[in-house]
Write a protein that binds this ligand. Structure first.
Ligand SMILES: Cc1cc2nc3c(=O)[nH]c(=O)nc-3n(C[C@H](O)[C@H](O)[C@H](O)COP(=O)(O)OP(=O)(O)OC[C@H]3O[C@@H](n4cnc5c(N)ncnc54)[C@H](O)[C@@H]3O)c2cc1C
Length: 391
């Protein structure tokens, strides 16, 4: 958001409660830049379409604001989709959906704010049945049916660091870290924000507020008298486990197990591997944000140990892998039934992006994939409302 405004010459003050930006959900996630494959249960196809729009504009928008980025250093290989025996959708249904996605590739490019590209490439084949079983998960010792795709993840650790460096270079982005917004109040002209730092409690006037606080967004909207901007949300805490396999990462591919409460394996270029096994890593699910952080050493040890155990049965290369880190992170989404219910709202990510107006904008990022696209469209809305440059 701030980068998009900076590129147009406008100043933004970023109030960030952590010691730096890009240390919360946008850091602690899997970094998959979704082409839509995982949203096969949204039969309208709208989520898949939205993800493709985000995917094809992600790198071009970041590069428009920040200049060239070394994506090749951060990119994983292409994801393999493993169709689990108890999948909520069978292979035939999934392939029909993937084919529909592929059919949309061309037309989606026409309605983006940038020339579409996927990390320097133009996706072409997008998906095909896997020809080899090397790297596929094993169930009862047998490899499951798989589809190979052109979808990738980026390693959010170096990506966040590089983006922070770029943000610091911009003179029109004023970064105030260790600064929490406690509440907001609408005034005749603009807003008065109640702000807490490590050693002060002050107020800050703002002409326009863009609330991008993800896990705290709904609470802040309410204090500004903008309740329920986009419906009832659920809060899930999901841990990510990063490991280093004893024998290295050869024979490990990026894998997403579908369709249901399964997980992912993502080997990165530095030899580390991201693991997520939903039954162990999803540690909280409620309509209200949690009051605890799920980061005590015993929770982290327990989640990482159980995740490695569960996944080693399917990926023997992970047996006795060394844990590098385990950390909790929040997913905020619409949907009160968990992902094992095919009708759950969690299988959709539509209705995300900016909502509001009249000086208060509340942005549901939806996915990391959609963040640059929503940043760009919010900048246009905000400046448009002020009668300023909307190019
Ligand atoms: C485990 C996990 C895996 C995921 N995997 C993927 C994936 O592979 N691909 C994908 O596209 N998406 C993924 N997501 C979703 C993705 O991480 C989020 O959609 C995205 O990062 C949200 O970005 P954001 O900027 O809105 O939130 P954040 O990155 O959390 O940024 C919000 C910022 O606001 C700050 N803040 C909050 N409250 C206040 C306050 N009161 N005052 C001041 N500052 C405040 C926070 O400290 C934070 O820095 C995943 C999420 C999780 C948890």
């Amino acid at each position: 958001m701030a980068l998009s405004l900076a590129e147009r010459g406008f100043t933004a003050i970023v109030l960030e409660r952590k010691s730096g930006p890009l240390q919360a959900a946008s850091y602690g996630n899997e970094g998959k830049i979704h082409m839509g494959f995982v949203y096969a249960l949204d039969s309208s196809g709208n989520t898949g379409r939205e993800m493709l729009r985000g995917a094809l504009s992600f790198a071009p928008l970041i590069e428009k604001w920040c200049g060239p980025m070394p994506w090749h250093k951060w990119k994983s290989g292409g994801f393999r989709y493993a169709i689990m025996p108890d999948s909520l959708a069978d292979m035939h249904t999934l392939e029909a959906y993937y084919e529909k996605l592929r059919g949309q590739l061309g037309e989606i490019g026409n309605d983006l704010p940038v020339n579409p590209a996927y990390f320097g490439d133009s996706p072409s084949w997008m998906w095909r049945r896997s020809e080899s079983t090397t790297g596929s998960p094993l169930i009862d010792g047998e490899p499951v049916n798989c589809i190979d795709t052109e979808e990738i993840s980026i390693d959010t650790r170096p990506f966040s660091e590089a983006l922070l460096h770029k943000i610091r270079e911009k003179s029109t982005i004023v970064l105030r870290c260790d600064t929490s917004v406690v509440s907001a109040e609408r005034r005749d002209a603009g807003f008065l924000l109640e702000v807490e730092t490590l050693d002060s409690h002050t107020f800050l006037k703002a002409d326009v507020v863009i609330n991008c606080s993800w896990a705290d967004r709904i609470r802040l909207d309410r204090t500004a008298d903008m309740p329920g901007i986009n419906g009832v949300l659920s809060y899930r805490v999901k841990h990510r486990v990063i490991v280093r396999p004893r024998q290295g990462i050869q024979n490990l591919l990026p894998v997403t197990m579908v369709q249901g409460p399964f997980g992912d394996v993502v080997p990165f270029k530095d030899g580390s591997v991201y693991l997520s096994w939903y039954p162990e890593c999803r540690t909280y699910f409620n309509q209200h944000p949690p009051s605890q952080e799920f980061s005590s050493q015993s929770v982290l040890d327990n989640v990482s140990h159980r995740t490695i155990n569960a996944m080693s049965n399917m990926f023997p290369q992970l047996k006795n892998a060394a844990v590098i880190s385990c950390s909790p992170c929040m997913i905020v989404a619409q949907g009160m039934q968990d992902v094992d219910d095919p009708d759950s709202g969690l299988h959709r990510r539509t209705n995300t992006g900016p909502h509001g107006g009249n000086g208060w904008w509340s942005v549901d990022t939806g996915k990391l994939t959609l963040a640059p696209l929503h940043g760009e469209s919010t900048a246009k809305l905000v400046l448009g409302e002020l009668g300023l440059d909307v190019k």
